[in-house]
Ligand binder design. Structure first.
Ligand code: 16G
Ligand code: MG
Length: 562
């Protein structure tokens, strides 16, 4: 006997995916022809005007992720960080506020590239089966976006995807990337014994402002801090944050805050500009003075670098960069000292995580103090490695980083704080560690939270930027971009430090590197741009320049001959 024709739909609508609803909605979000999307290091990233179908489809995947995680809230962030304004991107955030589990990334890539609805459903069905997802579980997704002109349209596509699959969407609005990560974790810990914070934008500001004021104790601000906001969303969050902090606690001068000026985002400013050009944001030479503390956020405010001038702005050599490596050194030293003073050095193992881009000078300095490990580029790798320590300090040289306190380290620290005993040195060190636990955004690198952390350490130590700068000496270094026909020819191993292919290229690089005093160089394909990156460092500036150029030439030749 033939089954009634509505059986198929009924079965799918109750036990399976609501494919009819998704197909209907998906008509408004066709995949653009000829574009191959990749969910890589930092999600999907490309031109903002071709991303609507990807946003629609990744909303479906995010809803499945939420179901897979028992209905916990997951996140989606629309941003292309430090990339130029016409770019945009999307990344998914797991319930603990971390990057999406990497075994889901290939499904994101395949879903984004599916040519038909049938192909899309096949990907989703495979995922549902492979991860035993119960489609009856409700799904909740919180999403937010940066200031790019293409962002509102992409948010609409996310909303359409969530509606089609029947997931609850919560719109976080205009937020920095780390604020979205915060929200995800805050929602999911709301009804636990140890809530991360109030799950609102205001809750985020209050948590940071309170922790900062406790951490600086009664040391008032002595000089203002100038912040380059990259003309991005960091300008908004910094301004909103200031309402929660008395000016006496921190004087901030916010520059590059033009979020509505077309083409201004990350243009001649921002953390990436300052780090890669090793120079001030354009125009700063007329706006800042020698010795002043300066810092730059990137376009979505998950990175920060500090810098200052030790001479007149007109002299190029006056520019002194205090990058992610230096933040790691400053913070690891300070936390180590607090842990010793608190008398818990035997119980708390502090470690540092870097990538191959860390300057050799910083690695040497840190290794003499704490265990240091090197991972592949990309926050998820560093974050994961940092979790193996009781206190894991991770920073990329580009300024993305944070500090993770394990659950047991947090309980140990907080459990030893006594409300009755007098405030001896060990008690004050424990309280300060507890303040730092609240001040630091432990989900992901956060420019605002990292800025406050640096300000606390400098203030507590009474240090000017020059003192911080004097901790160690950087080896001269350079990062070059090489455009090649196919960057996929370049594959790496050993945390990006060695090339596997093209055949023989690594041996040639090794031969070259051996000729330079303290020489080091490595080559890796970019995960966010269509290019290959070459890093080089050496004791002598001129030799380093030569090494960088010669390795770049080897790369160009190898790509041509492949
Ligand atoms: C992304 C990564 C960052 C990494 C950079 C490398 C995240 C959130 N961000 O911005 O960690 O340093 O890519 O870029 O993972 P590249 O692959 O183009 O050199
Ligand atoms: Mg960023």
């Amino acid at each position: 006997m033939a089954l009634p024709s509505n059986i198929d739909f009924a079965v799918r609508a109750t036990d399976g995916l609501p494919t009819l609803l998704i197909s209907e909605a998906s008509k408004s979000y066709p995949k653009p022809d000829g574009i191959k999307f990749t969910y890589g290091t930092a999600g999907v990233r490309t031109k903002g005007d071709v991303l609507e179908s990807t946003c629609f489809r990744l909303a479906l995947i995010s809803a499945l992720r939420s179901k897979r995680m028992g209905g916990k809230v997951v996140g989606m962030m629309v941003t292309a960080s430090h990339n130029p304004e016409p770019d945009n991107g999307l990344k998914a955030v797991d319930p603990r506020g971390e990057m999406l589990a990497s075994n889901w990334e290939p499904y994101c890539t395949e879903a984004a590239n599916a040519l038909t609805d049938e192909e899309l459903f096949a990907v989703l069905q495979r995922l549902i089966k492979a991860d035993s997802i119960n489609l009856q579980t409700p799904a909740v997704v919180v999403y937010a976006h940066d200031t790019r002109p293409s962002s509102p349209k992409l948010v609409k596509a996310i909303e359409a995807g969530l509606a089609a699959i029947g997931a609850e969407g919560r719109n976080g609005g205009l937020l920095t990337t780390p604020q979205l990560h915060y929200l995800v974790k805050a929602y999911n810990t709301q009804s636990t014994p140890d809530p991360y914070g109030e799950p609102t934008e205001e809750g985020y500001y209050k948590k940071l402002a309170d922790a900062f004021q406790r951490a600086i104790a009664d040391k008032p601000a002595t000089s203002p801090l100038t912040v380059d906001c990259a003309n991005g969303v960091g300008a908004i969050s910094l301004q909103r944050f200031q309402k929660y902090l008395p000016a006496s606690a921190l004087q901030v001068r916010a520059l590059r805050t033009s979020i509505d000026t077309a083409g201004a985002l990350n243009n001649g400013c921002g953390a990436d500009h300052v780090k890669t050009k090793q120079a001030l944001p354009s125009g700063f030479e007329k706006e800042v003075a020698e010795g002043e503390r300066l810092c730059s956020f990137d376009g979505d405010a998950d990175r920060i670098v500090y810098y200052y001038l030790n001479g007149h702005a007109s002299q190029k050599e006056s520019f002194r960069l205090l990058d992610g490596d230096r933040i790691a050194a400053l913070v690891a030293d300070y936390i180590s000292e607090l842990v010793k003073r608190a008398g818990i050095a035997d119980e708390i193992k502090i470690g540092c995580v870097q990538t191959a881009y860390a300057n050799g000078g910083s690695t040497k300095y840190l290794s003499q103090r704490v265990p240091v490990v090197c991972t592949s580029t990309g926050v998820k790798h560093l974050h994961h490695a940092a979790e193996s320590f009781d206190v894991g300090v991770y920073f990329e040289a580009n300024g993305h980083g944070t500090v993770l306190f394990s659950d047991s380290a947090q309980s140990l620290i907080r459990g030893k704080i006594s409300s009755s005993s007098p405030q001896g040195d060990s008690q004050s060190a424990l309280s300060q560690l507890s303040n730092l636990i609240d001040l630091i955004n432990q989900t992901v690198g956060d420019a605002l939270s990292d800025m406050l952390l640096v300000e606390v350490v400098l203030r507590q130590r009474d240090w000017e930027p020059a003192h911080w700068d004097s901790l160690y000496t950087d080896l001269p270094n350079k990062l070059l971009k090489v455009i090649v026909p196919d960057r996929a020819l370049f594959t790496t191993t050993d945390a990006d430090r060695k090339l596997v292919t093209p055949d023989g290229l690594q041996q040639e690089i090794d031969k070259l590197v051996g000729k330079y005093l303290e020489g080091r160089s490595f080559v890796r394909p970019s995960g966010t741009e269509d290019c290959v990156r070459v890093y080089a460092e050496a004791r002598i500036q001129q030799e380093m320049e030569e090494l960088a150029n010669k390795v770049a030439k080897l790369v160009t030749d190898a790509a041509k001959n492949a």
